[in-house]
Write a protein that binds this ligand. Structure first.
Ligand code: NAI
Ligand code: MG
Length: 322
């Protein structure tokens, strides 16, 4: 039996994830869905945002559907997302950006770089160590190369090797793996790449980069598709996989039934794709488009007035009416 762990998390996670789950349940009532509670809300109740118990539960699932968690800016609070990515070794963060005339896949290294967690803090000086390893770089670029083969596309490496030694290593490993694989590949400085991606999105296919650059680049690239409410992502390792919207818990709009659930619904489609149900994933995607185009139903961020649940219901109507 296929088991799906469902983590709502905090804020709008409690609104968009139930919608995405309902859509998965419509397509796959035979899956077992079970909730796992982590996040800031959990910390307020228990003093711990994510215990070993929850990591163990997540590991029993075939895939995790994840909302978002609030990370308060307190220096002793450990980010739940980072903890889960590390514990499940979800080293590849895939962030597709698809629109009219472009189809980009940002592949972000998810376990090291500036988010390695090696830090020192004092009132007058703080340091964060940026760790790039051969093993970490090889496995992420190999994931990217597999996607290039599947998509019959090409690879762009985003880096800042002109100032960062750690990126000289990253760039050289990526280039050498690409050459071995016989794929078309070029590399660019990440800042110039970010601007060019917005100006010429059709020129890009798979983009591989280090942790923080990928984090920023994918938020920026979501501008091409209408904002954060639309951008899904997958976090994939060799044994586990977790699917989540790119956006966070959005406390500014939480609890009002106005968040756009599309990013969460598309993350559910990526989950189905990962589990081998490509046609289910395609049905979700086309149903979202029909709900937007034919029913004219949109949430506030897209200029409409539909609620989170109402948009989800429209997608389900499209799925059931096919
Ligand atoms: P955010 O992504 O939550 O919100 C940024 C802006 O986009 C806000 O104005 C929000 O209202 C809007 N927005 C986000 N998702 C939306 C949606 N589905 N529909 C309509 N509008 C949407 O990022 P922010 O404000 O920087 O972070 C808020 C909290 O979320 C923080 O505690 C942060 O640490 C956390 N966060 C968690 C992530 C995760 O769990 N993977 C990722 C990013 C942030
Ligand atoms: Mg981000």
């Amino acid at each position: 039996m296929t088991k799906i762990a469902v983590v709502e998390g905090d804020g709008i996670g409690h609104e968009v994830i139930p919608v995405a789950r309902k859509i998965l349940e419509t397509l796959h009532p035979e899956f077992e869905y079970f909730p796992v509670e982590v996040g800031y809300g959990k910390w307020e109740q228990t003093g711990c945002p994510c215990a070993d118990q929850q990591i163990t539960e997540l590991k029993t699932a075939d895939a995790v559907l994840f909302g978002a968690v609030t990370t308060p800016p307190m220096k002793d609070y450990q980010s739940v997302v980072l903890r889960i990515r590390k514990a499940l070794d979800l080293y590849a963060n895939l962030r597709p950006v698809r629109g009219d005339g472009f189809d980009i896949m940002i592949v972000r290294e998810n376990t090291e770089g500036l988010y390695s967690g090696i830090e020192e803090f004092s009132p007058d000086r703080a340091t964060t160590l940026r760790v790039v390893t051969r093993a970490g770089s090889e496995r992420i670029v190999r994931s990217a190369i597999r996607l290039v083969h599947q998509r019959k596309g090409h690879l762009t490496i985003g880096h800042k090797a002109n100032v960062l030694k750690s990126d000289v290593l990253f760039r050289d490993i990526c280039n050498s793996e690409a050459q071995k694989a016989g794929i078309e590949c070029n590399d660019r400085f990440i800042d110039a790449l970010a601007l060019d991606l917005l100006q010429h999105p059709a020129a890009y296919d798979v983009v591989v980069t280090t942790n923080i650059f990928g984090d920023i680049l994918s938020d920026v690239a979501s501008f091409l598709v209408g904002g954060l409410g639309l951008a899904p992502s997958a976090n994939i390792g060799d044994r586990y996989a977790l699917f989540e919207p790119v956006h966070g818990s959005a406390p500014d709009i939480a609890g009002k039934n106005i968040a756009n659930p599309i990013a969460a619904i598309r993350s559910a489609a990526m989950l189905l794709e990962y589990l081998g149900d490509s046609s289910g994933a395609a049905r979700i995607e086309s149903s979202i488009n029909r709900a937007l185009d034919q029913e004219g139903i949109r949430t506030r961020d897209l200029g409409g007035s539909a609620g989170t649940r109402e948009f989800g219901d429209a997608v389900i109507r499209e799925i059931c009416g096919e």
